[in-house]
Write a protein that binds this ligand. Structure first.
Ligand SMILES: Cc1cc2nc3c(=O)[nH]c(=O)nc-3n(C[C@H](O)[C@H](O)[C@H](O)COP(=O)(O)O)c2cc1C
Length: 241
């Protein structure tokens, strides 16, 4: 599958580069800069990729610094046509407000399995069945531990247990947490059970230092989602993990 960057390069090659272009109201291209296709903002570029119409992606957001990056993932999934439902742990709501994900996903955000106003009687079961894929991002050390133990005491972990769809984890934590043997063992155990994992990557961490533990960028997570979506009739919801 061609990624967004290579498609962008393709697009640049195909577009005649005659003359400099001026963005509406913006300055002319700087001398010496390669012109041709107008430069696209990174968010716009990330939206390019396969259409996801008819696909149902459930996104479980956990309480980590990288929760804000998941807003970009949700926004792009919607722009590509996916139906997106967001679940949040209590800790996640301390980092990003549910209203952000509600606006981006255009669906109510589930933060509490017991909410009497929820559109779903049993959100973990209903959304677990409906999902073509469950993304858990940022996957905290705590969530990874709970999943490895088979616990289902919050709406995100309960949905992971209640779905047959592929579950994709995007871990994000400090380098010390990520290197902790218990976290590595838990991830190993989850991989052996069929959970998929994207990242983390080496880079600048919330603490300011560099190390392994940085959540993969939205474009990388989106590529992983697309590669894991089962190729099957869209009417056939759920899948084997
Ligand atoms: C400011 C702050 C940032 C945190 N960032 C992370 C993080 O990036 N990764 C992580 O695993 N835990 C992080 N934690 C700890 C989690 O929030 C904590 O373990 C919480 O219980 C996770 O709950 P959840 O997995 O249900 O969302 C952070 C805590 C605080 C106070």
């Amino acid at each position: 599958m061609a990624d967004a960057r290579s498609r962008r390069r393709e697009g640049d090659r195909r577009t005649p580069g005659a003359g400099r272009r001026r963005a509406p109201g913006g300055p002319a291209a700087a001398p010496g800069r390669v012109t041709g296709a107008p430069r696209r903002a990174p968010a716009r570029a990330a939206a390019e990729g396969p259409r996801l119409d008819g696909r149902v992606i459930v996104v479980g957001v956990c309480g980590g610094i990288a929760a804000y990056k998941v807003a970009q993932v949700v926004s792009t999934l919607r722009r590509r046509g996916a139906e997106v439902h967001v679940l949040m742990t209590a800790a996640a709501t301390r980092f990003v407000g549910p209203v952000t994900f509600k606006a981006l996903s255009q669906h109510p955000v589930i933060t509490d399995m017991w909410d009497p106003d929820s559109p779903w009687d049993e959100p973990h079961v209903a959304l677990g069945e409906r999902a073509h894929l469950l993304l858990i991002a940022p996957a905290t050390a705590d969530m990874i531990g709970r999943l490895a133990a088979g616990l289902a005491g919050d709406v995100v972990s309960a949905t992971a247990v209640a779905t047959r769809a592929p579950v994709l984890l995007a871990p994000s934590m400090s380098d010390v947490m990520y290197a902790a043997p218990v976290v590595q063992e838990n991830l190993q155990r989850l991989r052996a059970r069929g959970y998929r994992v994207v990242g983390p990557e080496y880079g600048r961490l919330a603490t300011g230092k560099e190390g392994w533990g940085r959540m993969s960028e939205p474009a990388t997570i989106l590529d992983a989602i697309v590669s894991l979506l089962p190729a099957r009739p869209l009417s056939d919801r759920g899948g084997a993990r």
